[in-house]
Design a protein around this ligand. Structure first.
Ligand SMILES: NC(=O)c1ccc[n+]([C@@H]2O[C@H](COP(=O)([O-])OP(=O)(O)OC[C@H]3O[C@@H](n4cnc5c(N)ncnc54)[C@H](OP(=O)(O)O)[C@@H]3O)[C@@H](O)[C@H]2O)c1
Length: 258
């Protein structure tokens, strides 16, 4: 496994605890560099990536070195590989869920590198597209809101982007089922959808915080990278594992955070 220190990497380490997992963080393998001498694995879970969406606008080459070049390096191991991709490969102009046969058209540098990374994963790969990941560790929206909510009476949150916040524990469990399926692209995101503002309200409510959410637009927030206004993912393949609703993921995440 690559990216073992990330939020998904940690969840995968738990989900695959019964298997013989070699969990490599960036310190053990910077994937932008050729692979260390490893015994060829049966399966690679490639969770290492450049995930700084705004930072990729300033340094698209740096992001590509990790997300495209890094994926080529991982694929060079010659083992079947799970590549995690993103809803940000879509432009967000649809108003019904994106399925696997919809044409990608990324609006951001990050989205472009992740799409090229899909191609770099090669033929022996499961491309697992998910969205709005959160979990008990690392940088994510839930942890940011819990911090801001504890410090402020009101928090301004974007209300014109709609997606499906996905709990990394659910995605990691679903990965076990995906690797039993034929290679290909699979949309694996939580059931249900909401805006970031809705998500923030649910976080405060579940956490027992009185913090109010002030609903703002993407333009008001003024982040460097464009984000899709709508990026709900669903699968058109009947065999794709179905994840629990994002509210259930939030409940499990907050339980883990104590
Ligand atoms: N987060 C989301 O909302 C989201 C949504 C859809 C898909 N995804 C995809 O899901 C996957 C996992 O994301 P995540 O949320 O778990 O991200 P994350 O918490 O940022 O984890 C990514 C991990 O990759 C590591 N990494 C960065 N550059 C590396 C390099 N050159 N070599 C090896 N490792 C490197 C990071 O290490 P450092 O901490 O040292 O940088 C970090 O541990 C990624 O492919 C991401 O694109 C994420």
């Amino acid at each position: 496994m690559t990216g073992a220190g990330g939020q998904l990497g940690r969840a995968l380490t738990e989900a695959f605890a019964d298997d013989e997992v070699v969990a490599l963080g960036r310190e053990q393998w910077d994937v932008a560099l050729p692979p260390p001498l490893l015994e060829a694995p049966d399966l690679v879970l490639h969770a290492g990536a450049w995930t700084n969406v705004d930072g990729a606008e300033d340094d698209p080459q740096g992001a590509a070195a990790v997300n495209v070049g890094g994926t080529q390096n991982v694929a060079s191991l010659g083992a079947p590989l799970v590549y995690y991709s993103t809803d940000y490969v879509f432009d967000g102009t649809k108003r019904t869920p994106y399925v696997e046969s919809d044409a990608p058209n990324p609006a951001s540098a990050y989205g472009r590198t992740k799409l090229h990374g899909e191609a770099a994963a090669g033929e022996q790969a499961w491309i697992v597209r998910s969205s709005w990941l959160f979990g008990p560790t690392g940088h994510n929206f839930v942890r940011t809101m819990l911090r801001l909510g504890a410090e402020n009476d009101e928090v301004a949150v974007v209300d014109d982007q709609r997606g499906s916040p996905t709990y990394v524990g659910h995605l990691a469990e679903a990965t076990r089922a995906v690797v039993e399926l034929p290679f290909g692209v699979y949309h694996v995101a939580a059931e249900g959808d909401c805006t970031w503002a809705d998500f923030a309200e649910a976080i405060f409510e579940h956490a027992g915080l009185e913090t109010r959410v002030r609903r703002i637009t993407t333009e008001e927030l003024g982040r460097p990278a464009p984000r899709p206004a709508y990026s709900v993912l669903r699968s058109e393949k009947p065999e794709t594992p179905v994840l629990p609703n994002w509210r259930e993921g939030l409940r499990e995440c907050l339980e883990r955070l104590g």
